[in-house]
Design a protein around this ligand. Structure first.
Ligand code: ZN
Ligand code: ZN
Length: 252
């Protein structure tokens, strides 16, 4: 009822071009389709694109990529330059894209929750394009500290992760990883070393049993230095995690 009234009083418009959009949506189809979506995974350390060998089109499954049912990856990564790095990086789009930047800012600082849907759609399109099949991965949104989540009222990464996991039928578990330290916002720190110090050891694992031997997809809205993903992935690795893919809607 309340949403309906809001829609009548303030008809929803595209955050980018101000054209009217359907209720619950944040950008129009044409602005969405103008966003350039990446088509490879990246090395977490040096950000090199990781070329992959796709199977013949005839072998593609109907169920799509991430979360699809099958024994083997649809695509295998040809060569990973930094094998010992704790995660492979996935990023849907470039943060310098004005529409993407607008979506992230509207969600984080404008509290426009419908933007999470568009960012999740970017991740879904990206994951389908990359076609790296993942059968048994648990999705973990990068947690905020309790103080910051209370202040904002929600965790933007959780909103994105929930839609993403739902789309691919993957398990979502926001309770495995806990952010103990109330760190400064990474966006407020310019220096790479300082960013790393700011998040150092800020995560701990709540239930070790649910980590050992398992695969994880970490989700965040934006990746900049990668220091936050690194800390989270390292904590999971120390607890015995196998494969980790760190996915961000945008990378800068
Ligand atoms: Zn638009
Ligand atoms: Zn590398």
């Amino acid at each position: 009822m309340f949403t309906w009234l809001l829609d009548v009083l303030f008809p929803p418009v595209c955050l980018n071009c101000r054209q009217s959009v359907k209720s619950g949506e944040s950008i129009c189809i044409s602005c969405f389709s103008n966003i350039k979506i990446f088509n490879t995974l990246f090395c977490g350390k040096c950000r090199a694109r990781l070329p992959s060998i796709a199977l013949a089109p005839g072998l593609r499954s109907q169920s799509g990529s991430f979360g699809g049912v099958g024994k083997e990856s649809l695509v295998t990564i040809k060569k990973i330059c930094h094998k010992d790095f704790p995660y492979l990086l996935g990023a849907a789009a470039d943060y310098q894209d004005e529409t993407v930047k607008q979506l992230v800012r509207s969600l984080k600082f404008g509290f426009i929750k419908s933007a999470a849907g568009s960012l999740a759609s970017l991740l879904v399109s990206y994951a389908e394009g990359v076609n790296y099949r993942i059968t048994a991965f648990t999705v973990i949104p990068i947690p905020l500290s309790r103080a910051r989540e209370r202040k904002r009222g929600f965790n933007q990464s959780f909103l994105i992760a929930k839609i993403f996991a739902g789309h691919f039928g993957l398990e979502l578990n926001p309770n495995i990883l806990v952010r103990d330290k109330n760190t400064m916002a990474q966006s407020e720190i310019k220096d790479f070393e300082k960013k790393r110090d700011n998040v150092k050891n800020c995560f701990s694992i709540k239930s070790l049993d649910s980590v050992n031997g398992k695969n994880f997809i970490l989700i965040d809205d934006v990746v900049t230095s990668g220091a936050t993903f690194f800390e989270a992935a390292s904590a999971l690795k120390r607890a015995g995690a196998k494969k980790i893919i760190a996915l961000a809607a945008a990378k800068s």
